[in-house]
Design a protein around this ligand. Structure first.
Ligand code: PMP
Ligand code: GLU
Length: 398
């Protein structure tokens, strides 16, 4: 069968593919420690679940306006005011089925063939494919570990061409957990001030944050750019609600209207019940977030230290999100039996086969020197998983 050329242009999501593989291996009885899944292991808080149950019982089970209910848009506007010092009207907000869907809609309304989108690497797996699906071209800017995996203003400047349409900023980032300081964002903004370039600010890990300096959105750092910034956020990570599929964008009215149009021809509205739950998440008790974050912080401190104890592994200490992105390149060239490890993919396959540990190869995020481990799993699993990795790595010789 001849499928569209569009499908041939992209890869399946590697993170989701590995999670599916873990599930299949577990179904066969394999005892896998899963560091691959990029989702909180906590349950969705009870008061949020109750809001959804109440919505079902009240019959709130029909179509809603395509871009979300006014109630949820008001909750999003209030969140952006309260947490980010940003003002948006309802007409500037679009709620979609997860931030991934938000980014997909955005790419569809912004990019045409030949448009370039600057993406700092390491990047979240889906950015380049979402850009490619829209016909755009990703321009990857390799950040350095010594720069905290953050794009320098000079790097941004030299990546800009007359075709540059947008730049994606993801802070704290997936996979490195890098967070930009307000000063660094100001310096990035300064490069963009006199350019006709849009900025997509993916703030999905905003609340899972450990840095000493405060989280800031680039629009709050440089208000002169606000008309060219689209803030993307969602409830998946902050409130342990990955399955509910609610994300949102806030930005220029013209872009929001175009996203509404695109969404009206694909999913229509996001799920009515999930929208009610999202209102409760955004407006209800926020202390539950602190609880989850303090647990993530403990795990982060443990896993960074434990990885550093493994010979030939170096681990950047993340400032946010729930991933570590250790540099494993010094392991490359070593072998176990007739298996030689020379890339992140081979190391990940080896760890799965020999240690029953799943993680994601760094190459999926644009850096083959690293692997990504999600510590959104219990401390017990982390301790056991790291022990298995250490044993497997120590068997490699050469
Ligand atoms: N952005 C980043 C950086 C992510 O890691 C994710 C996780 N899937 C998303 C966006 C999308 O999240 P969701 O679709 O669950 O809202
Ligand atoms: N964002 C998560 C990850 O990076 C969830 C899976 C996905 O959508 O990529 O693992």
């Amino acid at each position: 069968m001849k499928l569209s050329s569009r499908v041939a242009k992209i890869k399946p999501s590697e993170t989701l593919a590995i999670s599916a593989k873990v599930n299949a291996l577990r179904a066969q009885g394999r005892d896998i420690i899963d560091f691959a899944a990029g989702e909180p292991d906590f349950d969705t808080p009870v008061h949020i679940k109750r809001a959804a149950i109440k919505a079902i019982e009240a019959g709130f089970t029909k179509y809603t306006p395509v871009s979300g209910t006014n109630e949820l848009k008001d909750a999003v506007a209030e969140k952006l005011r309260r947490d980010n010092d940003l003002e948006y009207k309802r007409s500037q907000i679009v709620v979609s089925c997860g931030a991934k869907h938000t980014l997909y809609n955005l790419a569809q309304v912004l990019f045409d063939h030949g448009d370039e989108v600057i993406i700092p690497a390491p990047y979240w797996v889906s950015y380049p494919d979402i850009v490619a699906l829209a016909g755009g071209h990703s321009v990857i800017v390799d950040t350095q570990e010594k720069d905290g995996f953050k794009m320098k203003p000079e790097q941004l400047k030299s990546a800009i061409t007359k075709h540059t349409k947008a730049v994606i900023i993801n802070s704290p980032s997936n996979p490195a957990g890098a967070a930009y300081t307000p000063e660094e964002l100001k310096a990035i903004a300064a490069v963009l001030l006199d350019k006709d370039i849009l900025i997509i600010s993916d703030d999905i890990y905003e609340k899972i944050y450990y840095a000493e300096f405060p989280f800031t959105n680039i629009a709050a750092c440089e208000p002169k750019l606000k008309d060219r910034i689209i803030v993307v956020n969602g409830i998946s990570k902050t409130y342990a609600m990955t399955g509910w599929r609610i994300g949102y964008a806030a930005g220029p009215e013209e872009i929001a209207a175009a996203m509404n149009k695109i969404q009206s021809q694909n999913t229509s509205n996001p799920t009515s019940i999930a929208q009610k739950a999202a209102v409760e998440a955004l407006c209800g008790d926020q202390k539950i977030v602190d609880k989850m974050v303090s647990e993530f912080r403990k795990r982060k401190d443990y896993i960074v230290h434990a990885l550093e104890q493994i010979p030939r592994v170096k681990c950047f200490s993340p400032e946010g999100a729930f991933y570590v992105f250790p540099n494993v390149s010094e392991i490359y060239g070593r072998s176990y039996k007739d298996r030689k490890i020379i890339s992140s993919t081979e190391l990940i396959d080896y760890l799965l086969d020999e240690a029953n540990v799943a993680a994601v190869p760094g190459v999926a995020f644009g850096s083959d020197d690293h692997i990504r481990l999600s510590y959104a799993t219990s401390m017990k699993n982390i301790e056991e998983g790291i022990k298995r990795i250490k044993d497997a790595v120590s068997k490699l010789e050469g």
